[in-house]
Design a protein around this ligand. Structure first.
Ligand code: 5AD
Ligand code: SF4
Length: 457
């Protein structure tokens, strides 16, 4: 029996894609390998948001080279955001990655997963790769995921769309994943129902801009959601999934959202639905209108501020996190100061701060100069991260001191339990009981920068 290992990098979307890749490989007759070193097929599900994410994959290629020198026969597949053209080592038109790494056998675009078997046959016609029904699928969303990203079946990611139409000037995603396409609503609902019937308590809906579900150019052309009339497809989807609370669904969240599609109706729906968590990740990227314009974010600081005000009014206590890019092309000291002040004003409870990394092919790489030095990028990152983010996160945690929160236990090693509260805060506590996948009340006794500690009530 041949075995596989998938090394996943990047966002939740990639982890969700990996679950589909696992299903596909299992259909082909592969078993999960106990480790990277023991696998016959190694697949890298890659991220290209920043150069550092790509460099990690190249690092692994050196290990593969050594493994091959020790006469181990391995098939190496790179998939995910680094791939532009699905191809094998012997294809007439190959992905550019074949020029950068000699160890590569197959490059595979994520949404072309059904082509993997054909590429494997092209690579090795002797290998007797069986014909499987998944090969005929045009839509990779039709491959059922294994839902193995979480340790317990109480939690699951459900992908609802792929790709992005927004074209932020710095971002590679619209090129790596292509145009935004929404997944069939009935299929999503079927998957959610099955998950809940199988014990799932928390569903995270995922997509690059998850809250534009059903609104993409492709969806409009296909007229898929015309039956809803004026109703926003994403709200309809949330309402339908929310009904699963009668079957045991407790928590529903979604990531990542775009401010442009954060409508008043969506905020109202979030406030009214039973299962929506009081938590939202809403990337702002910058707190200065000139920077936002160069980034093609299509909203202003004023508009974003209004959304946050409405969210906080409709859902008191909602926890809001964000993404920020520092050192984007042409970012002046004043622009950065505005971003810093805006982060402070918005009281973000958490954030992912990244230093701008130029990505070949994007509008920024073609037309705007990456003129901020690495030293300045680092300095701005340190300032935002060390002065503000840590302080904000700690302050947000302190509001839970002495309170009892509901924790869904995600991992348990010995007595040490780790999980998330309804506000998406990481909570640690001790218990001798087996609690993996349970939602339990925990009284918070200690608030640290990145984690809360408590006692089981
Ligand atoms: N450089 C740095 N950060 C980036 N992001 C996206 N593209 C880039 C880039 N070229 C960040 C954004 C986005 C998150 C997923 O990654 O903040 O929200
Ligand atoms: Fe990239 Fe912008 Fe699309 Fe997010 S919204 S995936 S940052 S292009």
């Amino acid at each position: 029996m041949s075995t596989y290992h998938i090394q996943t990098y990047g966002c939740q979307m990639n982890y969700s894609d990996t679950e589909r890749m696992e299903s596909y490989l299992q259909a082909l007759g592969y078993d999960k390998a106990p480790s990277f070193e023991e696998a016959d097929l190694i697949m890298f599900n890659t991220c290209s948001i920043r150069q550092s994410a790509e460099d990690r994959v190249y690092g692994h290629m050196r290990t593969i080279e050594q493994m091959r020198r020790q006469h181990k026969k391995i098939t190496v597949v790179i998939t995910g955001c680094m791939v532009r053209k699905s191809s094998s080592r012997y294809s007439s038109e190959r992905d550019k990655l074949f020029n950068t790494t000699r160890e590569l056998d197959i490059a595979l675009r994520t949404e072309e997963l059904p082509k993997l078997a054909a590429l494997a046959r092209e690579l090795d016609p002797e290998s007797k790769i069986p014909e499987i029904k998944e090969e005929s699928l045009e839509d990779y969303f039709k491959i059922s995921p294994t839902h193995s990203s979480h340790q317990s079946k109480a939690q699951a990611f459900v992908a609802i769309s792929n790709g992005c139409d927004k074209f932020c000037t710095y971002c590679i995603v619209p090129y790596s994943r292509g145009r935004e396409k929404s997944r069939d609503i009935q299929e999503i609902l079927k998957e959610c129902t099955q998950l809940v019937e199988n014990g799932c308590k928390e569903i995270t809906l995922i997509g690059q801009t998850v809250n534009s579900y059903g609104l993409s150019q492709y969806d409009k052309e296909e007229k898929t959601f015309e039956f809803l009339g004026e109703k926003e497809p994403f709200i309809y989807l949330l309402e339908e999934i929310d009904k699963l609370h009668t079957k045991g669904l407790v928590r529903l969240s979604f990531t990542s959202s775009h401010p442009k599609d954060m409508s008043d109706q969506l905020i109202e729906a979030m406030a009214n639905l039973k299962t929506i968590m009081p938590y939202l990740h809403l990337p702002v990227q910058a707190g200065d209108n000139r920077t936002l314009k160069r980034m093609n974010r299509t909203y202003t600081v004023e508009h974003y501020r209004k959304i946050i005000e409405k969210l906080r009014k409709a859902i008191p206590g909602i926890s809001i996190s964000t993404d920020i890019i520092v050192g984007f092309c042409g970012e002046t000291d004043e622009e950065f100061e505005n971003t810093y002040k805006f982060f402070d004003e918005m009281d973000f409870e958490h954030g992912y701060i990244s230093q701008y990394s130029e990505r070949t092919g994007t509008t920024a790489a073609r037309f705007i100069k990456d003129d901020i030095s690495e030293a300045v990028k680092q300095e701005r990152w340190n300032k935002l991260n060390d002065n503000l983010l840590r302080q904000k996160s700690k302050k947000a945690h302190e509001r839970f001191l002495g309170k009892t929160v509901q924790v869904l236990v995600e991992s348990q090693e010995g007595k040490k339990c780790l999980g998330r509260s309804e506000h998406f805060k990481t909570v640690q506590f001790q218990s001798g009981r087996k609690l993996l996948g349970e939602i339990v009340p925990v009284k918070i006794t200690k608030a640290m920068e990145w984690i809360l500690e408590g006692e089981l009530v």
